[in-house]
Design a protein around this ligand. Structure first.
Ligand code: ATP
Length: 323
């Protein structure tokens, strides 16, 4: 393989830049030309890509986000859009593509692979809902950002006998919320996989106040049916007596923009470098992730259309430890 391309797609995740750097430098080391594709699949469809040299990826390992840009590209979902991408790849002589992204991005990668393009995926999403990797690039940093915010909120909450409802990211998966709740010592967690009614949340806070706690913390995943907005509206309308004064904070995109920590830099570096090796050795149609500590390639057929859920036994542990 002489010419390859690298794409970052879907939601950005801290560590994507470390992955881009590893692809470019491993590729150049193996004697390949490496194109960086701009704005996710948009760059493949509309031919926005550029050759990357060693210096183009200098000084990015410590930056959050992705220097290539990412986007959600509706054209790539159509056969015409994918044909356009195929034409652009073949005109430029690109023989293989590395796709760094989450569930949707790997579905797109599989579609490209089925058109005959050698493709290897790199597991990257802060949601940690991708089958094929126990943990994905960006999760650890996003978790630490959420945790730091919760720690700070608990400090100010204690000073005023307040409770905070904190909404963290996770459209379809409660992993970030559950792990944040466990690590921050939250009184309760509301996730799509285990919903709680507003009455149940109110009762948890009331009991926590009665046990003498000076602050309360409820972590809510944005994808929960009872997300922070809905819970907040219910609490305002019903004004139950909690003991605490209740405040709501949505962390939102703050969780995405952080500088990647050591864990994500190392994970991204190892997965992305392995993805280049796989591509060059003819091991295509897999997502590179880490399973039980080993770097592993999982075929697209076992990844796409599936959804990984967090370990719900941890809900019970979070409840016990919040006493
Ligand atoms: P994250 O979950 O971290 O936000 P993601 O990779 O799951 O990341 P999506 O928005 O689901 O993000 O998908 C990214 C892009 O992948 C889409 O905008 C689209 O261009 C492409 N894509 C998704 N699903 C398909 C599909 N079935 N066929 C072709 N392309 C797809």
């Amino acid at each position: 393989m002489k010419t390859i391309a690298v794409v970052t797609s879907g939601g950005d995740a801290p560590g994507m830049n470390a992955a881009i750097r590893a692809v470019v430098r491993t590729g150049l080391h193996r004697g390949c030309d490496v194109f960086g594709v701009r704005w996710g699949y948009h760059g493949l469809v509309f031919d926005e890509m550029q050759l990357m040299g060693l210096r183009e990826v200098g000084g990015i390992i410590q930056q959050g986000g992705t220097v290539l840009g990412s986007a959600r590209c509706s054209e790539f979902r159509t056969p015409e859009g994918r044909q356009q991408a195929l034409d652009n790849l073949s005109r430029r002589g690109i023989e293989g593509v590395i796709v760094i992204g989450g569930n949707g991005s790997q579905a797109g990668a599989q579609a490209l692979y089925e058109l005959g393009v050698p493709v290897v995926g790199v597991a990257s999403t802060i949601d940690n809902d991708l089958v094929g990797s126990d943990i994905t690039i960006g999760v650890d940093t996003a978790l630490n950002v959420a945790l730091e915010a919760c720690d700070r909120l608990k400090v100010t909450a204690s000073s005023h006998k307040r409770a905070f409802m904190v909404e963290v990211m996770g459209r379809d998966c409660g992993y970030l919320a559950l792990m944040t709740a466990l690590a921050a010592g939250a009184e309760a967690v509301v996730i799509p996989e285990a919903e709680k009614t507003p009455e149940e949340v109110a009762e948890v806070l009331r009991r926590s106040y009665q046990r003498g706690k000076t602050n309360g913390l409820i972590v809510v995943a944005e994808g929960a049916k009872n997300n922070a907005e809905k819970l907040d509206a219910w609490f305002k309308a019903n004004a139950p007596q909690l003991g605490y004064e209740l405040r709501t904070t949505k962390l939102g995109h703050v969780q995405r923009g952080g500088a990647p920590g050591a864990y994500d830099r190392l994970l991204a570096t190892r997965l992305a470098s392995t993805a280049v090796e796989y591509l060059c050795e003819g091991r295509h149609g897999v997502v590179v992730g880490t399973i039980k500590g080993e770097i592993t390639g999982t075929p697209y057929s076992e990844v796409v259309g599936k959804h990984k859920s967090p370990d719900l036994r941890l809900l019970k542990l979070a409840d016990i430890l919040a006493q």
